[in-house]
Design a protein around this ligand. Structure first.
Ligand code: NAP
Length: 295
């Protein structure tokens, strides 16, 4: 028997990967923003009543971290209020809900990787809005809700650090990249594999999911450059220059070191995330691979 799953924010980079990887037993109904605006409580309610999914995966979000400092109300409408609408609609039909959140709920001052139950302390409006969203979902669904915090997400498509770097490496001889912010890049295929397994298992609670390993944005940029050169995506010499956060001021402050402890999700799912360098290699190979012939 198939399981009906609704995915919101279908044009986003993570949702696109979820759609690509959907298991055979899942009947996936994916809505982009034009088809389902999650800030519209009535529309959300009607949609879930009509399709009666077993799961709702909220992959929609306001992800413009710097713009969220000035467009705070818009960020809270999508990241805080709307997950609450989804949770209420899910509760009315007895559906489970998976909600994505972020390492930016932490201040980045911890000497060790953050565990899911560590104290939160966002330092920017995006982080505040995402934390408020987690709380709205938990208030309605409790530990039945599956909340997964991730970080530094990139995939074969979408607007992300990888694609920005690939573009800049074609345009510039020198790229300055912040070297004193530490985290873990996370490829959408890793996230998607864990999420589909967790859905299949009916997992609930608060968990962390990133690739394995540690990197600065500078390390990530260096790895992109060397792997992209090796795969023929970049054919010119580019100098990647490490700079400090102070040399690259942005409207939103970022956590200095937001590593996430992923052990609860690894134990619950029986899966282990690959090292971020291996995931990057695989994503770059997927970008360079010739398109598959239609069957
Ligand atoms: N990207 C990261 O580095 C990162 C890091 C940590 C956590 N996360 C979390 O991971 C999740 C997935 O992020 P992502 O990187 O896949 O984001 P993304 O590529 O920016 O996709 C988000 C999608 O949400 C859609 N959306 C925005 N407002 C909406 C609304 N009112 N109704 C319906 N859809 C709406 C957007 O639509 P449009 O295409 O029309 O704009 C976009 O397609 C999010 O919860 C995000 O907070 C991401």
């Amino acid at each position: 028997m198939s399981t009906t799953v609704i995915v919101t924010g279908a044009h986003g980079q993570f949702a696109q990967q979820l759609i690509t990887d959907q298991p055979a037993h899942v009947r996936l109904i994916a809505f982009n923003r034009a088809q389902l605006d999650i800030t519209d409580a009535v529309q959300v309610q009607q949609c879930l009543q009509h399709h009666r999914p077993a799961w709702v995966i909220n992959a929609a979000a306001y992800t413009a971290v710097d713009r969220a400092e000035s467009e705070t109300a818009a960020a809270f409408a999508v990241n805080a209020e709307a997950p609450g609408h989804l949770a209420q609609a899910a509760a009315r039909i007895g559906a489970r809900m998976l909600h994505l959140s972020t390492d930016y709920v932490f201040d980045g001052q911890s000497p060790r990787p953050y565990r899911p139950d560590d104290a939160t302390a966002p330092i920017n409006q995006y982080g505040h809005s995402k934390l408020a969203g987690e709380r709205k979902v938990q208030a309605v669904l409790g530990s039945e809700a599956l909340i997964v915090r991730t970080a530094w997400v990139y995939g074969t498509t979408g607007q992300n650090f990888l694609h920005t770097l690939l573009r800049l490496m074609r345009e510039r001889d020198r790229i300055s990249v912040v070297a004193d912010q530490i985290g873990t890049p996370t490829a959408t295929p890793t996230l998607s594999r864990f999420i589909w397994r967790a859905v299949e298992q009916g997992l609930g609670g608060l968990h962390h999911c990133t690739d394995a390993g540690v990197a600065s944005w500078y390390d990530f940029a260096q790895a992109i450059y060397s792997l992209a050169q090796a795969q023929g995506l970049v054919q010119r010499a580019v100098s990647i220059v490490p700079i400090s956060t102070a040399q690259y001021p942005t409207p939103a402050r970022r956590p200095a070191c937001a590593l996430l402890d992923k052990s609860s999700l690894w134990e619950a799912t029986g899966l282990i995330a690959p090292h971020w360098r291996d995931s990057l290699h695989a994503v770059l190979q997927a970008i360079t691979a010739p398109p598959k012939a239609p069957v």
